[in-house]
Design a protein around this ligand. Structure first.
Ligand code: FES
Ligand SMILES: [Fe+2]
Length: 450
Protein backbone atom coordinates (compact mmCIF):
# COMPACT_ATOMS: atom_id res chain seq x y z
CA UNK A 1 0.00 0.00 0.00
CA UNK A 2 0.96 3.64 -0.27
CA UNK A 3 0.15 6.51 2.07
CA UNK A 4 -2.43 8.92 0.74
CA UNK A 5 0.34 11.55 0.48
CA UNK A 6 2.65 9.38 -1.62
CA UNK A 7 -0.26 8.27 -3.81
CA UNK A 8 -1.00 11.94 -4.50
CA UNK A 9 2.64 12.66 -5.22
CA UNK A 10 2.98 9.83 -7.75
CA UNK A 11 -0.32 10.28 -9.54
CA UNK A 12 -0.99 14.02 -9.90
CA UNK A 13 0.18 15.41 -13.24
CA UNK A 14 -0.91 19.06 -13.29
CA UNK A 15 1.54 22.00 -13.57
CA UNK A 16 3.66 22.49 -10.45
CA UNK A 17 2.96 19.04 -8.94
CA UNK A 18 5.95 16.71 -8.33
CA UNK A 19 4.54 13.99 -10.64
CA UNK A 20 3.52 16.60 -13.22
CA UNK A 21 7.05 18.03 -13.23
CA UNK A 22 8.45 14.53 -13.91
CA UNK A 23 5.98 13.83 -16.73
CA UNK A 24 6.84 17.21 -18.29
CA UNK A 25 10.39 15.96 -18.95
CA UNK A 26 9.11 13.65 -21.72
CA UNK A 27 7.65 13.97 -25.21
CA UNK A 28 4.07 12.68 -25.32
CA UNK A 29 1.95 11.80 -28.38
CA UNK A 30 -1.02 14.16 -28.70
CA UNK A 31 -2.38 13.28 -32.15
CA UNK A 32 -1.92 11.03 -35.14
CA UNK A 33 -0.39 12.83 -38.16
CA UNK A 34 -3.35 11.68 -40.23
CA UNK A 35 -5.74 13.67 -38.02
CA UNK A 36 -3.97 16.92 -38.85
CA UNK A 37 -4.21 16.12 -42.55
CA UNK A 38 -7.99 15.71 -42.20
CA UNK A 39 -8.59 18.68 -39.91
CA UNK A 40 -5.74 21.13 -39.29
CA UNK A 41 -6.89 22.31 -35.84
CA UNK A 42 -7.36 19.96 -32.88
CA UNK A 43 -8.10 20.61 -29.23
CA UNK A 44 -5.65 18.75 -27.02
CA UNK A 45 -5.58 18.22 -23.26
CA UNK A 46 -2.27 17.04 -21.85
CA UNK A 47 -1.03 16.97 -18.24
CA UNK A 48 -4.06 19.00 -17.17
CA UNK A 49 -3.40 21.79 -19.71
CA UNK A 50 -5.93 22.75 -22.41
CA UNK A 51 -4.14 23.43 -25.68
CA UNK A 52 -4.75 23.67 -29.41
CA UNK A 53 -2.65 21.82 -31.97
CA UNK A 54 -2.68 23.21 -35.50
CA UNK A 55 -1.00 22.81 -38.87
CA UNK A 56 -0.59 26.09 -40.71
CA UNK A 57 -0.74 26.54 -44.49
CA UNK A 58 3.03 26.18 -44.74
CA UNK A 59 2.63 22.71 -43.20
CA UNK A 60 4.22 23.63 -39.88
CA UNK A 61 2.74 22.39 -36.63
CA UNK A 62 2.15 24.53 -33.55
CA UNK A 63 0.74 23.90 -30.08
CA UNK A 64 -0.62 26.92 -28.21
CA UNK A 65 -2.83 27.72 -25.25
CA UNK A 66 -6.51 27.10 -25.92
CA UNK A 67 -7.87 30.50 -24.80
CA UNK A 68 -6.92 33.46 -26.96
CA UNK A 69 -5.05 35.97 -24.75
CA UNK A 70 -7.27 38.81 -26.04
CA UNK A 71 -10.70 37.91 -24.62
CA UNK A 72 -10.39 34.17 -24.10
CA UNK A 73 -12.20 32.76 -27.14
CA UNK A 74 -11.16 29.18 -27.88
CA UNK A 75 -8.43 28.90 -30.49
CA UNK A 76 -9.95 25.50 -31.33
CA UNK A 77 -12.04 27.55 -33.78
CA UNK A 78 -8.96 29.32 -35.13
CA UNK A 79 -8.04 29.75 -38.81
CA UNK A 80 -4.70 28.32 -40.00
CA UNK A 81 -2.81 31.01 -41.95
CA UNK A 82 0.42 30.95 -43.98
CA UNK A 83 2.29 31.18 -40.67
CA UNK A 84 0.37 30.55 -37.45
CA UNK A 85 -3.20 30.37 -36.20
CA UNK A 86 -5.66 33.29 -36.32
CA UNK A 87 -8.33 33.79 -33.64
CA UNK A 88 -11.81 33.77 -35.21
CA UNK A 89 -13.13 36.56 -32.94
CA UNK A 90 -10.98 39.64 -33.81
CA UNK A 91 -8.33 38.12 -36.01
CA UNK A 92 -5.27 38.21 -33.76
CA UNK A 93 -2.61 35.93 -35.25
CA UNK A 94 -0.12 33.81 -33.25
CA UNK A 95 2.90 31.92 -34.51
CA UNK A 96 4.30 28.59 -33.23
CA UNK A 97 6.43 30.38 -30.59
CA UNK A 98 3.26 31.94 -29.14
CA UNK A 99 4.15 35.46 -30.36
CA UNK A 100 1.24 37.61 -31.52
CA UNK A 101 2.19 38.77 -35.02
CA UNK A 102 -0.99 40.61 -36.15
CA UNK A 103 -3.84 42.53 -34.50
CA UNK A 104 -5.76 43.67 -37.58
CA UNK A 105 -8.58 45.35 -35.63
CA UNK A 106 -6.20 47.59 -33.59
CA UNK A 107 -5.13 51.08 -34.82
CA UNK A 108 -2.65 50.97 -37.72
CA UNK A 109 0.24 52.38 -35.66
CA UNK A 110 -0.27 50.20 -32.55
CA UNK A 111 2.72 48.17 -31.33
CA UNK A 112 0.64 46.30 -28.74
CA UNK A 113 1.03 42.98 -30.61
CA UNK A 114 4.75 42.95 -29.86
CA UNK A 115 3.94 42.73 -26.16
CA UNK A 116 1.35 39.93 -26.40
CA UNK A 117 2.29 36.28 -26.24
CA UNK A 118 0.38 33.10 -25.67
CA UNK A 119 1.69 29.87 -24.17
CA UNK A 120 3.33 27.65 -26.81
CA UNK A 121 5.12 24.31 -26.75
CA UNK A 122 7.40 22.42 -29.18
CA UNK A 123 5.87 19.68 -31.33
CA UNK A 124 7.47 17.09 -33.62
CA UNK A 125 6.23 14.25 -35.83
CA UNK A 126 7.65 10.75 -35.90
CA UNK A 127 6.26 7.46 -37.20
CA UNK A 128 2.79 8.86 -37.86
CA UNK A 129 2.34 10.46 -34.43
CA UNK A 130 2.61 14.09 -33.31
CA UNK A 131 4.49 14.55 -30.04
CA UNK A 132 4.48 17.51 -27.65
CA UNK A 133 6.97 18.60 -24.99
CA UNK A 134 5.60 20.67 -22.09
CA UNK A 135 8.74 20.86 -19.94
CA UNK A 136 11.54 23.32 -19.29
CA UNK A 137 14.21 24.26 -21.81
CA UNK A 138 16.42 22.93 -23.24
CA UNK A 139 14.05 20.61 -25.09
CA UNK A 140 15.33 17.00 -25.02
CA UNK A 141 15.70 14.88 -28.14
CA UNK A 142 12.57 13.03 -29.29
CA UNK A 143 13.59 9.36 -28.85
CA UNK A 144 13.66 7.41 -32.11
CA UNK A 145 12.48 4.04 -30.78
CA UNK A 146 12.80 1.09 -33.15
CA UNK A 147 9.16 0.45 -34.07
CA UNK A 148 8.67 4.13 -34.92
CA UNK A 149 11.40 4.08 -37.59
CA UNK A 150 11.64 0.53 -38.99
CA UNK A 151 10.98 0.49 -42.73
CA UNK A 152 9.82 -3.10 -43.33
CA UNK A 153 6.62 -2.84 -41.28
CA UNK A 154 3.00 -1.74 -41.61
CA UNK A 155 1.61 0.37 -38.79
CA UNK A 156 -1.68 1.48 -37.36
CA UNK A 157 -2.64 3.31 -34.20
CA UNK A 158 -5.72 2.74 -32.05
CA UNK A 159 -7.00 5.27 -29.51
CA UNK A 160 -9.04 4.82 -26.38
CA UNK A 161 -9.88 7.42 -23.73
CA UNK A 162 -9.84 5.98 -20.22
CA UNK A 163 -11.47 7.47 -17.14
CA UNK A 164 -8.56 6.84 -14.81
CA UNK A 165 -5.10 7.98 -13.84
CA UNK A 166 -2.16 6.76 -15.99
CA UNK A 167 -0.48 4.94 -13.10
CA UNK A 168 -3.20 2.26 -12.99
CA UNK A 169 -2.40 1.42 -16.61
CA UNK A 170 1.33 1.21 -15.92
CA UNK A 171 0.94 -0.97 -12.84
CA UNK A 172 -0.98 -3.46 -14.99
CA UNK A 173 2.10 -3.75 -17.21
CA UNK A 174 4.19 -4.86 -14.21
CA UNK A 175 1.66 -7.51 -13.21
CA UNK A 176 2.29 -10.73 -15.21
CA UNK A 177 -0.18 -12.99 -13.38
CA UNK A 178 -3.20 -10.96 -14.43
CA UNK A 179 -2.69 -12.50 -17.90
CA UNK A 180 -3.49 -15.94 -16.50
CA UNK A 181 -6.65 -14.68 -14.78
CA UNK A 182 -8.06 -11.65 -16.61
CA UNK A 183 -7.12 -12.80 -20.13
CA UNK A 184 -7.41 -16.51 -19.28
CA UNK A 185 -9.95 -17.66 -16.73
CA UNK A 186 -12.14 -14.57 -17.08
CA UNK A 187 -11.86 -14.59 -20.89
CA UNK A 188 -13.06 -18.20 -20.93
CA UNK A 189 -15.92 -17.28 -18.60
CA UNK A 190 -17.02 -14.41 -20.87
CA UNK A 191 -16.91 -16.48 -24.09
CA UNK A 192 -18.51 -19.55 -22.47
CA UNK A 193 -21.40 -17.42 -21.21
CA UNK A 194 -22.11 -16.36 -24.83
CA UNK A 195 -21.47 -19.60 -26.67
CA UNK A 196 -22.41 -22.99 -25.17
CA UNK A 197 -20.01 -24.73 -27.60
CA UNK A 198 -17.01 -22.64 -26.52
CA UNK A 199 -14.02 -24.77 -25.47
CA UNK A 200 -11.89 -23.20 -22.71
CA UNK A 201 -8.62 -22.07 -24.26
CA UNK A 202 -6.42 -21.10 -21.36
CA UNK A 203 -4.92 -23.69 -19.06
CA UNK A 204 -1.31 -22.89 -18.25
CA UNK A 205 -0.27 -21.24 -14.99
CA UNK A 206 2.73 -19.07 -14.22
CA UNK A 207 5.58 -21.10 -12.71
CA UNK A 208 7.72 -18.10 -12.04
CA UNK A 209 7.79 -14.33 -12.60
CA UNK A 210 10.78 -11.99 -12.59
CA UNK A 211 11.65 -8.30 -12.96
CA UNK A 212 14.72 -6.25 -13.73
CA UNK A 213 15.58 -2.61 -13.97
CA UNK A 214 17.39 -1.73 -17.20
CA UNK A 215 18.52 1.43 -18.94
CA UNK A 216 15.07 2.29 -20.38
CA UNK A 217 12.80 1.16 -17.53
CA UNK A 218 11.80 -2.27 -16.26
CA UNK A 219 11.65 -5.72 -17.85
CA UNK A 220 9.08 -8.31 -16.87
CA UNK A 221 9.62 -12.00 -17.38
CA UNK A 222 7.62 -15.18 -16.93
CA UNK A 223 7.96 -18.94 -17.13
CA UNK A 224 4.66 -20.66 -17.87
CA UNK A 225 3.87 -24.31 -17.26
CA UNK A 226 5.26 -26.26 -20.20
CA UNK A 227 8.00 -23.66 -20.85
CA UNK A 228 11.48 -23.18 -19.38
CA UNK A 229 13.92 -20.51 -18.28
CA UNK A 230 15.71 -20.97 -21.60
CA UNK A 231 12.71 -19.59 -23.50
CA UNK A 232 12.34 -15.99 -24.61
CA UNK A 233 9.59 -14.99 -22.13
CA UNK A 234 12.18 -15.46 -19.36
CA UNK A 235 15.47 -14.72 -21.11
CA UNK A 236 14.29 -11.63 -22.99
CA UNK A 237 10.84 -10.74 -21.59
CA UNK A 238 9.27 -7.47 -22.51
CA UNK A 239 9.83 -3.99 -21.15
CA UNK A 240 8.03 -0.96 -19.93
CA UNK A 241 9.74 2.16 -21.21
CA UNK A 242 9.81 4.59 -18.32
CA UNK A 243 7.63 6.36 -17.45
CA UNK A 244 4.51 5.46 -19.44
CA UNK A 245 4.98 3.10 -22.39
CA UNK A 246 4.45 -0.65 -22.50
CA UNK A 247 6.33 -2.52 -25.22
CA UNK A 248 4.67 -5.85 -25.94
CA UNK A 249 3.95 -8.32 -28.74
CA UNK A 250 6.60 -10.33 -30.56
CA UNK A 251 6.94 -12.52 -33.64
CA UNK A 252 5.54 -10.14 -36.21
CA UNK A 253 3.54 -7.83 -33.94
CA UNK A 254 5.47 -5.13 -32.08
CA UNK A 255 3.56 -2.62 -30.08
CA UNK A 256 3.81 0.42 -27.90
CA UNK A 257 0.98 1.16 -25.57
CA UNK A 258 1.39 4.84 -24.69
CA UNK A 259 -0.55 5.83 -21.59
CA UNK A 260 -0.73 9.58 -22.10
CA UNK A 261 -1.78 11.48 -18.96
CA UNK A 262 -4.54 13.81 -20.14
CA UNK A 263 -5.11 14.98 -16.58
CA UNK A 264 -5.19 13.38 -13.11
CA UNK A 265 -8.22 11.22 -13.92
CA UNK A 266 -8.05 10.63 -17.69
CA UNK A 267 -5.56 8.72 -19.79
CA UNK A 268 -5.44 8.53 -23.57
CA UNK A 269 -4.12 5.16 -24.67
CA UNK A 270 -2.43 5.07 -28.07
CA UNK A 271 -2.07 1.41 -29.07
CA UNK A 272 0.61 1.74 -31.75
CA UNK A 273 1.46 -1.48 -33.58
CA UNK A 274 4.12 -2.20 -36.19
CA UNK A 275 3.56 -5.50 -38.05
CA UNK A 276 6.52 -7.25 -39.57
CA UNK A 277 5.39 -10.30 -41.53
CA UNK A 278 8.96 -10.91 -42.78
CA UNK A 279 7.98 -10.37 -46.41
CA UNK A 280 8.09 -7.01 -48.23
CA UNK A 281 5.15 -4.82 -47.22
CA UNK A 282 3.39 -2.17 -49.35
CA UNK A 283 4.50 1.43 -48.77
CA UNK A 284 2.29 3.34 -46.34
CA UNK A 285 1.83 7.04 -47.03
CA UNK A 286 0.14 7.52 -43.66
CA UNK A 287 -0.42 5.55 -40.47
CA UNK A 288 -4.17 4.95 -40.11
CA UNK A 289 -5.94 5.86 -36.91
CA UNK A 290 -8.89 3.94 -35.51
CA UNK A 291 -10.77 3.78 -32.25
CA UNK A 292 -10.62 0.76 -29.98
CA UNK A 293 -14.00 1.15 -28.32
CA UNK A 294 -14.18 0.73 -24.57
CA UNK A 295 -17.90 -0.01 -24.54
CA UNK A 296 -20.52 -1.52 -26.85
CA UNK A 297 -23.73 0.08 -28.12
CA UNK A 298 -25.43 -0.77 -24.79
CA UNK A 299 -22.79 1.06 -22.78
CA UNK A 300 -21.20 -2.18 -21.48
CA UNK A 301 -17.45 -2.79 -21.48
CA UNK A 302 -16.38 -5.00 -24.40
CA UNK A 303 -15.09 -7.69 -22.05
CA UNK A 304 -14.50 -10.16 -24.89
CA UNK A 305 -11.60 -8.04 -26.23
CA UNK A 306 -8.22 -8.70 -24.56
CA UNK A 307 -7.14 -5.06 -24.49
CA UNK A 308 -10.52 -3.90 -23.21
CA UNK A 309 -10.24 -6.40 -20.36
CA UNK A 310 -7.20 -4.41 -19.25
CA UNK A 311 -9.01 -1.11 -19.86
CA UNK A 312 -12.01 -2.02 -17.72
CA UNK A 313 -9.76 -3.32 -14.94
CA UNK A 314 -7.98 0.08 -14.81
CA UNK A 315 -11.20 2.07 -15.12
CA UNK A 316 -12.92 0.06 -12.40
CA UNK A 317 -10.15 0.84 -9.90
CA UNK A 318 -11.62 4.36 -9.83
CA UNK A 319 -10.38 7.72 -11.16
CA UNK A 320 -7.31 7.49 -8.92
CA UNK A 321 -6.93 4.11 -7.16
CA UNK A 322 -7.02 4.41 -3.38
CA UNK A 323 -3.72 2.71 -2.74
CA UNK A 324 -3.93 3.30 1.02
CA UNK A 325 -6.70 0.66 1.05
CA UNK A 326 -5.04 -2.09 -1.01
CA UNK A 327 -3.39 -5.34 0.17
CA UNK A 328 -0.40 -6.20 -1.98
CA UNK A 329 0.73 -9.82 -2.31
CA UNK A 330 4.12 -11.25 -3.29
CA UNK A 331 3.18 -11.24 -6.98
CA UNK A 332 2.86 -7.44 -6.80
CA UNK A 333 6.63 -7.08 -6.59
CA UNK A 334 6.77 -5.58 -10.11
CA UNK A 335 4.15 -3.01 -9.17
CA UNK A 336 6.27 -2.05 -6.17
CA UNK A 337 9.40 -1.76 -8.36
CA UNK A 338 7.53 0.62 -10.68
CA UNK A 339 6.34 2.79 -7.78
CA UNK A 340 9.88 2.91 -6.35
CA UNK A 341 11.27 3.93 -9.73
CA UNK A 342 8.62 6.62 -10.17
CA UNK A 343 9.33 8.07 -6.72
CA UNK A 344 13.12 8.02 -7.31
CA UNK A 345 12.80 9.76 -10.68
CA UNK A 346 10.49 12.44 -9.21
CA UNK A 347 13.18 13.06 -6.58
CA UNK A 348 15.83 13.34 -9.30
CA UNK A 349 13.79 16.05 -11.01
CA UNK A 350 13.38 17.79 -7.64
CA UNK A 351 17.19 17.82 -7.36
CA UNK A 352 17.44 19.40 -10.81
CA UNK A 353 18.70 16.25 -12.56
CA UNK A 354 17.43 14.58 -15.74
CA UNK A 355 15.30 11.52 -15.00
CA UNK A 356 15.57 8.13 -16.77
CA UNK A 357 14.58 8.21 -20.44
CA UNK A 358 15.43 11.87 -21.15
CA UNK A 359 17.91 12.08 -24.03
CA UNK A 360 20.17 15.04 -24.81
CA UNK A 361 21.65 13.59 -27.99
CA UNK A 362 20.61 11.24 -30.77
CA UNK A 363 21.12 7.50 -30.22
CA UNK A 364 24.05 5.87 -32.05
CA UNK A 365 22.78 4.99 -35.56
CA UNK A 366 19.75 7.19 -34.85
CA UNK A 367 17.64 4.35 -33.44
CA UNK A 368 16.96 2.99 -29.97
CA UNK A 369 16.57 -0.80 -30.17
CA UNK A 370 14.50 -2.34 -27.41
CA UNK A 371 14.39 -5.90 -26.10
CA UNK A 372 11.47 -7.91 -27.43
CA UNK A 373 10.69 -11.56 -26.83
CA UNK A 374 9.79 -13.63 -29.87
CA UNK A 375 7.14 -16.25 -29.26
CA UNK A 376 6.69 -19.38 -31.35
CA UNK A 377 3.96 -20.64 -29.06
CA UNK A 378 1.02 -18.98 -27.39
CA UNK A 379 2.66 -17.57 -24.22
CA UNK A 380 -0.39 -18.43 -22.15
CA UNK A 381 -1.00 -21.89 -23.55
CA UNK A 382 2.43 -23.25 -24.54
CA UNK A 383 1.00 -26.57 -25.70
CA UNK A 384 -0.72 -24.72 -28.56
CA UNK A 385 2.02 -23.81 -31.02
CA UNK A 386 1.60 -20.80 -33.28
CA UNK A 387 2.87 -21.37 -36.77
CA UNK A 388 2.90 -17.65 -37.36
CA UNK A 389 2.11 -15.80 -34.19
CA UNK A 390 1.10 -12.62 -35.97
CA UNK A 391 -1.51 -14.43 -38.06
CA UNK A 392 -3.01 -16.17 -35.05
CA UNK A 393 -3.32 -12.86 -33.26
CA UNK A 394 -5.08 -11.29 -36.24
CA UNK A 395 -7.54 -14.18 -36.51
CA UNK A 396 -8.46 -14.05 -32.83
CA UNK A 397 -11.76 -12.19 -32.39
CA UNK A 398 -10.58 -11.05 -28.95
CA UNK A 399 -7.88 -8.74 -30.32
CA UNK A 400 -8.02 -5.06 -31.12
CA UNK A 401 -7.19 -5.51 -34.85
CA UNK A 402 -10.84 -6.34 -35.58
CA UNK A 403 -11.53 -2.59 -35.35
CA UNK A 404 -8.65 -1.57 -37.64
CA UNK A 405 -8.97 -0.50 -41.27
CA UNK A 406 -5.75 -2.45 -41.88
CA UNK A 407 -7.07 -5.86 -40.83
CA UNK A 408 -7.68 -7.25 -44.37
CA UNK A 409 -4.24 -6.18 -45.62
CA UNK A 410 -2.50 -7.60 -42.58
CA UNK A 411 -4.29 -10.95 -42.81
CA UNK A 412 -3.28 -11.26 -46.44
CA UNK A 413 0.36 -10.44 -45.70
CA UNK A 414 0.68 -12.84 -42.78
CA UNK A 415 -1.09 -15.62 -44.75
CA UNK A 416 1.33 -15.10 -47.65
CA UNK A 417 4.27 -15.24 -45.22
CA UNK A 418 2.96 -18.44 -43.66
CA UNK A 419 2.48 -20.07 -47.06
CA UNK A 420 5.99 -19.07 -48.09
CA UNK A 421 7.42 -20.51 -44.88
CA UNK A 422 5.47 -23.74 -45.33
CA UNK A 423 6.99 -24.13 -48.84
CA UNK A 424 10.42 -23.77 -47.26
CA UNK A 425 11.07 -20.41 -48.93
CA UNK A 426 13.20 -17.92 -47.00
CA UNK A 427 11.59 -15.00 -45.20
CA UNK A 428 13.27 -11.70 -44.36
CA UNK A 429 15.75 -12.15 -41.48
CA UNK A 430 14.39 -12.40 -37.94
CA UNK A 431 15.06 -9.42 -35.66
CA UNK A 432 18.00 -9.50 -33.36
CA UNK A 433 16.99 -7.22 -30.50
CA UNK A 434 19.29 -6.35 -27.60
CA UNK A 435 19.25 -8.87 -24.80
CA UNK A 436 19.26 -7.94 -21.12
CA UNK A 437 19.55 -11.25 -19.23
CA UNK A 438 17.97 -11.55 -15.77
CA UNK A 439 20.14 -10.59 -12.81
CA UNK A 440 21.78 -7.56 -11.24
CA UNK A 441 21.17 -5.36 -8.23
CA UNK A 442 17.46 -4.85 -8.78
CA UNK A 443 16.49 -8.34 -9.97
CA UNK A 444 13.46 -9.89 -8.26
CA UNK A 445 11.97 -13.35 -8.78
CA UNK A 446 8.83 -14.92 -7.35
CA UNK A 447 8.41 -18.70 -7.64
CA UNK A 448 4.75 -19.62 -7.90
CA UNK A 449 4.78 -23.38 -8.54
CA UNK A 450 7.10 -26.04 -7.16
S1 FES B 1 -10.67 36.96 -28.51
FE1 FES B 1 -9.14 36.38 -29.89
S2 FES B 1 -8.80 38.11 -31.13
FE2 FES B 1 -10.30 38.70 -29.71
FE1 LIG C 1 -3.39 -7.38 -19.81
Amino acid sequence: MLTKELNEKLTRVGPGTPGGELMRRYWHPVAASVEMAENPVKKVRLLGEDLVLYKDRSGNLGLIDEPCPHRRVSMEYGIPEEEGLRCPYHGWLFNHTGQCTEQPAEPWNSTFKDRVRTKAYPVQELGGLVYAYLGPQPTPVLPRYDILVWNDVLRHVGTTMLNCNFMQCMENSLDPVHVEWLHGYYMDYVWASRDPNYRPRYQAKHKKIGFDRFEHGLIKRRVMEGASEEDHPWQVGHPIIFPNILRVGGSGNYQFQYRVPVDDTHTLQYTYIAYRPRIPVPAQDSVPLYEIPLKDENGKYRTEVVLVQDFFAWDSQGPIAERDKEHLGQTDVGVIMYRDLLREQIEKVERGEDPMGVFRSEAPNGIIQLPQEEVDTDPVTPNQPYKTYGLQVLMNPGTCEQFSPLLGTLLELFRTAEEKASRGEPLLPALNPPHYPPGGAYHKTVELLK
